[in-house]
Design a protein around this ligand. Structure first.
Ligand code: GLU
Length: 418
């Protein structure tokens, strides 16, 4: 499938083949599970503030529709490509299947830098993308959500554009919406809180006390910041954080309240005065108890995996660890890995709750949302840990096995049409 050629897609395929080998899956069965059901590439012309017209490229990949609609985020980032989005869509499939959600995976993206655009330009681009996607999306077809570079406001514009087209309000077309449009309580915090909840489970498993445990977070966006705040609430000390601008380190623990004020003002971690400046790469190599990569894919590689110094590697990002790094980490008994499709699943789980609430027009309290989230994450964690121990395989292989097997079974039992 040359159309998807990209290092991140190759990585997702490599992971898939590794698990398929472990499951002794015949070669003939693999392409149907591995390759996306369909992909869209669209040209998006918008009028810019300076009077010019600029054409952006948008993507959406729907990995499989075997179990229900596809589900996954929409990313605004200058380097988004079809192959990257296809890999992220595949991971969404395994993540949804692992947590028992009735979805296939999807992901979308627009190659743009929203930080260098005016809010009106971002709005026009979002609305034009939604318009181009109308034949391929719907509450029972494909449901988008926030990802890197997008937020609740972007989801509100998608919901509005789709609803204007239909002629009535369709809140269930997207998740991660503002509460006032049918969003769910707890959705914004869900991914980070899920990360922290699973870190607490992992800490329990390896006998690590979270009180005064040290934490380093690469990527201080929504996921990284909420993970850090929740872990700080458990008594942990956040000693290093970073974003694209760079990072800060403070051995005594960063004051997250003051960091939030700094971010409010300057929109970047760089320049925060209550810590020493460090680079993004240094954050990953900081000796700590819990390392949370919560930024881009392929950050932990064959080149640095041997030098990481943590007890728990909690993957808030999608695909932060390459297969070469995995090979090294699987030899390191000092590191317990919480793989991405488990660790960051809290977001899509609460997205599912939001979709269910929208379809029923019946809304839940935050306590109910959190209890149900913890229940699903606990079950997935127990299953993955059980598989990993019973079969002596890594946590990642164990998690992927559960996800891939569920989709495989569903495809087999549905059979081939016609
Ligand atoms: N973008 C998030 C993820 O990668 C959330 C997807 C969703 O809620 O649909 O898991």
């Amino acid at each position: 499938m040359d159309a998807y050629d990209h290092p991140t897609f190759q990585m997702a395929c490599q992971q898939f083949d590794f698990v398929a080998d472990h499951l002794q899956m015949p070669e003939s069965e693999r392409p149907r599970l591995k390759y996306p059901k369909r992909a869209m590439i669209v040209s998006l012309p918008i009028n810019c503030e300076d009077g010019s017209t600029k054409v952006y490229t948008g993507f959406r990949v729907q990995h499989h529709l075997t179990l229900g609609p596809t589900k996954g985020g929409l990313r605004f980032h200058p380097e988004v490509t079809l192959g990257e989005v296809a890999a992220l869509a595949m991971w969404m499939s395994w993540k949804c299947a692992l947590t028992g959600l009735p979805y296939g995976g999807a992901k979308g993206g627009i190659a743009c830098d929203p930080h260098r655009m005016s809010p009106r330009e971002v709005e026009r681009l979002t609305r034009r993308y939604t318009q181009e996607m109308i034949p391929f999306i719907g509450p029972q077809i494909d449901v988008m959500a926030p990802d890197m570079g997008t937020n609740e406001q972007v989801m509100a514009w998608i919901m509005d554009s789709y609803s204007m087209h239909m002629g009535y309000s369709v809140p269930s077309i997207v998740t991660g919406k503002p509460l006032s449009l049918g969003g769910s309580l707890g959705r914004r915090e869900a991914t980070g809180r899920g990360v922290a909840h699973l870190v607490a489970r992992a800490a329990d498993t390896i006998g690590l006390k979270l009180k005064n445990a040290t934490v380093a977070v690469q990527g201080y966006g929504n996921v990284g910041a909420v993970s850090a705040q929740t872990l700080a609430g458990f008594g942990a000390k956040i000693i290093a954080v970073s974003d694209v601008s760079g990072g800060v380190y403070n051995a005594r623990g960063l004051n997250l309240g003051k960091l939030a004020e700094h971010l409010e003002k300057h929109r970047m971690v760089k320049g925060f005065s209550e810590g020493e400046p460090i680079s993004n790469e240094q954050v990953l190599l900081t000796p700590c108890d819990v390392l949370v990569p919560a930024a881009m894919e392929r950050q932990i590689t064959g080149a640095n995996a041997g030098r990481i110094r943590c007890r728990i590697l909690a993957e808030g990002a999608n695909g932060p660890t390459t297969p070469e790094a995995d090979a090294i980490l699987s030899q390191r008994e000092d590191i317990f890995v919480l793989p991405d499709i488990l660790c960051n699943a809290g977001g899509v789980v609460v997205s599912y709750f939001e979709w269910v609430q929208d379809l029923q027009s019946f809304f839940w309290g935050e306590k109910e949302v959190m209890e149900k989230l913890h229940h699903i994450l606990d079950e997935a964690y127990d299953r993955v840990l059980g598989n990993s121990r019973a079969q002596k395989i890594s946590m990642r292989t164990a998690a992927l096995c559960v996800g891939i097997q569920r989709v495989r079974e569903a495809k087999a039992i549905r059979g081939l049409f016609p």
